[in-house]
Design a protein around this ligand. Structure first.
Ligand code: UD1
Length: 417
């Protein structure tokens, strides 16, 4: 089931409930080891990255069970602080366990995390924050794990020179376990950071300032079992909204908040769409062929880098010439070559892609190079004449529960082959 076949040129039309957020759930799963008991998370998407994180937690002595989007994690039996190289390389979010393990057990041994090949993706900011909180870190090097140790972490001032999402999350988790006050400045402001803080607060932590540049944590409080419902996935919602804009469609999404989607909604309006939100429903109606535009990705509240390739797919059929500049990851243009196979007219120069909009794309065989790039190819297939076959769809399954089910529910001709 790793090939998708799409037949394009049909406007999306219909209603859909958006899956739970991958990027919110993965850090919560990692943070659950801070509690020596049971954590229940609802609205958990059935995606490969979640299954992978469950496997890692189980290998550390936790007991995870996912049933109908409800995930229960019993971390009372947590005994291991070492994650195997193979598990670390399975996904980038494995690194999110470093802070929580250090906080709970006082030690952790990990390897370089894997994940999509979209840039260098170092972990220096994660390590800087943990060192500030008192961890002694020994970087492993060739074939050896990186180890971090701390008798007890203690609260500190930590300043991030760049608002890394993962480093902010690791630092928050470690600070919750540390004794005393931690003040984090220069934090990432992604909605998923706010969700992690709400989740930890439900577990008994004291955190102020989530969603702003400065987050203050009173650490060392006793934590307890909690039951939390994760929000909808803003990137999945954004994928389908952009697809509706490209196909001249009209869709209604449930479970995706307009506030979290704000930078995407601004772009949708510029593409030429009518949008409104009412009682948890988000309505979008395209007003014809998308307008060309200039967009720059950036940390929240900038346009999300995770939707850069999806936006490029849509701009390939826009009326005029567009430009998209990528400022978050240095090698996130791997999908351009595949879009070009579908007939897109895209020229790359440094961090900027210039896209000359065409009437439509042409179906072809293409390969998903990474998670979001794979979703962009599915969207491009919707904009193409004839059949598009996408291979390498294992990438897409890491983050989309069932992209074919969802797009077919919105009227697309798309199926697993
Ligand atoms: C998270 C998201 C990912 C999204 C990204 C940016 C999850 C599970 N993943 O990834 O979908 O694309 O945010 O919105 O939430 N950097 C460093 N040193 C570090 C850490 C990061 O230089 O220690 C750099 C990275 O190489 C990159 C930039 O900072 O250029 C942003 O990375 P970061 O915000 O950390 O992204 P992730 O947490 O990996």
């Amino acid at each position: 089931m790793s090939v998708i076949e799409v037949r394009g040129r049909r406007p999306l039309k219909g209603e859909l409930i958006v899956q739970g957020s991958k990027n919110a759930v993965l850090p919560m799963m990692a943070a659950s080891v801070l509690n020596k008991g049971i954590t229940v998370i609802d609205n958990v998407p059935g995606i490969q990255d979640v299954f992978c994180m469950m496997g890692i937690l189980d290998s550390l002595g936790c007991c995870c069970a996912l049933h109908k989007h409800r995930l229960q994690i019993d971390a009372s039996g947590l005994c291991g602080a070492s994650i195997s190289r193979c598990d670390m390389e399975a996904m980038r979010s494995s690194i999110l366990l470093l802070g929580p393990l250090l906080g709970r057990l006082g030690e952790a041994a990990v390897y370089e995390p894997g994940g999509c090949m979209i840039g260098k993706r170092p972990i220096d900011l994660h390590l800087m924050a943990l060192k500030r909180l008192g961890a002694a870190v020994e970087e492993g090097g060739e074939g050896k794990p990186l180890t971090a140790r701390a008798g007890r972490l203690s609260g500190a001032m930590v300043e991030f020179p760049y608002p890394s999402v993962g480093a902010t999350e690791n630092a928050i988790c470690a600070a919750v376990a540390a004794s005393g006050r931690t003040v984090l400045t220069g934090c990432a402001r992604e909605p998923e950071i706010e969700e992690l803080c709400r989740f930890l607060t439900a577990m008994g932590a004291s955190i102020r300032g989530a969603g702003s540049r400065v987050i203050t944590i009173e650490g060392g409080l006793a934590l307890h079992d909690c039951h939390y419902r994760a929000g909808g996935d803003r990137i999945v919602a954004g994928t389908y909204l952009l697809a509706a804009a490209g196909t001249g469609g009209e869709i209604v999404l449930t479970g995706a908040g307009a506030r979290e989607l704000c930078p995407v909604l601004c772009v949708l309006k510029r593409l030429g769409g009518f949008l409104y939100e009412e009682e948890g429903l988000l309505f979008f109606k395209s007003q014809g062929r998308p307008a060309a535009l200039t967009a720059v990705t950036g940390p929240h509240p900038g346009f999300p880098t995770d939707l850069q390739s999806v936006l490029m797919a849509v701009l390939s059929v826009a009326d005029g010439e567009s430009a998209v500049r990528e400022t978050v990851f240095e090698s996130r243009f791997a999908t351009v070559g595949e879009l070009v196979k579908l007939g897109a007219d895209i020229a790359l120069s440094g961090d900027t892609a210039r896209i000359r909009g065409l009437g439509c794309l042409k179906g072809a065989s293409v390969e998903a190079k990474d998670l979001r790039g794979g979703a962009a190819l599915a969207v491009a297939g919707l904009l193409a004449d004839g059949a598009t076959r996408i291979s390498g769809c294992g990438h897409i399954m890491r983050g989309y529960e069932d992209i074919c089910r969802d797009l077919a529910c919105l009227g697309a001709s798309i199926a697993w082959r």
